[in-house]
Write a protein that binds this ligand. Structure first.
Ligand SMILES: Cc1cc2nc3c(=O)[nH]c(=O)nc-3n(C[C@H](O)[C@H](O)[C@H](O)COP(=O)(O)O)c2cc1C
Length: 355
């Protein structure tokens, strides 16, 4: 099977979550024997369709323009058995470059109008690759893909409305910016995406259970929202773009009891917590006054505000000290040695946090 992956994220590898997902999908496809090629639209000259209809009336199947679409991409598109349309969600749909690419595939159709199942369509000029829509979005909540999905289904004639045109799968991932902070889930999401690649080649579809793993929520919506907003506040405060913030290895610094609870919850490492069980109580003073506790059992963590009935570890400290430890600005062990933090109980419980 010949697969053409068209990636329309304007961001490079290392930043682009579309590319992160796409690379896992393609890995799976290659493992299943597909011959795969990726095209990054940000590196290509893609002009807009001018609507001249030369490709329909004067030189059927051939576009009048000369750019990377006519020189390279349309021939590759028409040769492919499957095309992965990989686009970040921009204003609830594909990026402008992906839209331009799709518009420029008009020569693949004939001008005539036909009708099937109550809808009109243009019949195909020749062969047309099976479509897979892959997209990532910053928001949590799959409803963010509602418009894109409706459009993709119409465009690619779902349910056999248009002969020869098929949408084999829609792979949508929410919380794209935050997902890299939740290492355990990220690993499972990328493994499932790789599995989806294998399934697409072997069965021509993605199994519902694989899709469910790809689309698993990172955390409760409120937690993801809290993290996203903290990360934006951190960037704005530092005067850095998100990419610069990540590149400089900056860690998020909590600025409230709520964000501290969120960052610790997200920073919980189930692997390190394996077999550990207990309650960690934190009491903060100064910058932020308040208490919270975490209940750890069976590789899971739950966060609560206030005082626990009983605790296996109690930490008393100034809020700013703990926030600086989390942000990597000061060393945690040194903070205890310097008396900036006081611990009572099983201090080893702290090892459940971090990579
Ligand atoms: C211009 C623009 C529009 C966006 N529109 C949406 C949107 O409608 N819904 C959403 O959830 N995220 C939106 N986002 C966030 C992106 O989908 C998210 O950051 C994604 O990870 C970008 O893909 P990339 O990482 O491959 O570049 C938008 C981002 C930009 C820059």
């Amino acid at each position: 099977m010949k697969v053409l992956a068209v990636n329309s994220s304007p961001r490079p590898k290392g930043q682009s979550r579309t590319l992160l997902m796409l690379e896992s999908l393609l890995k799976g496809m290659k493992e299943a024997g597909a011959d795969v090629e990726t095209v990054n639209l940000r590196e290509k000259e893609v002009r807009y369709c001018t609507g001249c209809y030369t490709c329909w009336a004067r030189t059927p199947g051939r576009c009048a323009q000369r750019d990377d679409i006519t020189r390279e991409l349309l021939p590759k598109f028409l040769e492919a058995d499957m095309v992965i349309y990989a686009s970040p969600l921009y204003q609830y749909t594909v990026t402008a470059s992906m839209k331009a690419f799709i518009e420029r595939t008009l020569p693949a159709f004939l001008p005539y109008l036909e009708q099937s199942r109550g809808a009109f369509y243009h019949p195909l000029h020749g062969r047309y690759p099976v479509a897979v829509m892959l997209s990532v979005a910053g928001f949590p909540g799959l409803e963010v893909f509602h418009q894109l999905s409706g459009w993709a289904n119409y465009l690619f004639g779902r349910n056999g409305r248009q002969p020869g045109v098929k949408l084999a799968a829609e792979i949508y991932r929410t919380s794209s910016q935050m997902m890299v902070f939740v290492a355990e889930k990220l690993e499972d999401i990328l493994n499932a995406t790789r599995q989806a690649g294998r399934e697409l080649v072997e069965e021509g579809r993605v199994k519902p259970e694989t899709l469910a793993r790809i689309q698993q929520p990172l955390d409760e919506d409120a937690t993801v929202l809290e993290m996203a907003n903290l990360s934006w506040r951190s960037c704005i405060e530092a005067g850095l773009t998100p990419a610069q913030f990540e590149k400089r290895g900056r860690a998020l610094r909590p600025d409230s009891l709520k964000t501290l609870m969120t960052v610790l919850k997200i920073g919980f490492n189930p692997k390190k917590a394996a077999g550990r069980k207990g309650v960690l109580q934190f009491n903060f003073t100064r910058e932020v006054t308040g208490s919270c506790y975490f209940r750890v059992a069976d590789g899971r963590i739950a966060a609560f505000e206030g005082q626990a009935d009983r605790a296996d570890l109690k930490v008393d400290t100034a809020f700013e000290v703990w926030a600086d430890i989390i942000a990597g600005k000061i060393d945690g062990a040194q903070a205890f040695l310097d008396g900036k933090c006081r611990a009572e109980g099983d201090i080893g419980l702290l090892s459940i946090f971090g990579k």
